[in-house]
Design a protein around this ligand. Sequence first.
Ligand SMILES: [Zn+2]
Ligand SMILES: [Zn+2]
Length: 271
Amino acid sequence: METIKYDSHLHSDFSGDSDTPAAQMVVRAIVLGLDGLCFTEHEDPDVPLSDCDFRVDFDRYFSEMTRLREQYRGRIRIGVGMEFGIQPQLPEAFARLSRQYPFDFVIASLHNLNGKDPYYPSYFEGRAERDCYEEFFRVQYETLKACDPASFDTLGHMDYIVRYGPNRSKFYSYESYAEFIDPILRLLIENGKCLEVNTGGLKYGLGEPNPCAGVLRRYRELGGELVTVGSDAHEPEYLGYRFDDAAELLSGLGFRYYTVFEQRTGRQIKL
Ligand SMILES: [Zn+2]
Ligand SMILES: [Zn+2]
């Protein structure tokens, strides 16, 4: 079994929640011996919380990426992507932005629902955890269904909410939310879209990536074969985080390859 040598989800200081210069990520990726990395900066329009500005200065971003690609040419592949925060009212904005810039790769991620990000404990206040999780999956499905499939390549950290619930993943499993998860997996498969394996879940101490192994197993069972793999690193030390474990998990579940994107076109790499 080969390990994974291409990180398809990471942030630099072009994202509102990272202070890492992009060049530091590239240097770290070279030190780790990765073949490539794809920056996927946060673009979350229409976010009510003003703690953080999750908008990308795309002109500056593309010009810095062009500079880095020239500087490190022949040493590592550098992808220019984005992680778009999908919301029910944003499918048109999402489609427009995806077409506007020459992205290599686009991740669709649900971070905000009903004007709140589960990252903040107030999201769960006065509500049953189960209701919050169900709502998250329901809104994710509805929102994804409203998006033009051409807008994105993969669905990011599908069970993101379990990183932050009061009991986190203690009462969570694929089986306990199957009726909410299956429609999302089917939608991805029908549209030839990838499911992301985000090793940030391991960093958050969940003991599993996002989504968990049970969801990945079910995706495979339903005929899903396309996965992208990313660390969701915001700092250099988390780049390629536990990719050996991700590779082992995926091949154990019967996945034969993972997918990386360049110019919005997928390329399969054997596991
Ligand atoms: Zn995210
Ligand atoms: Zn991210």
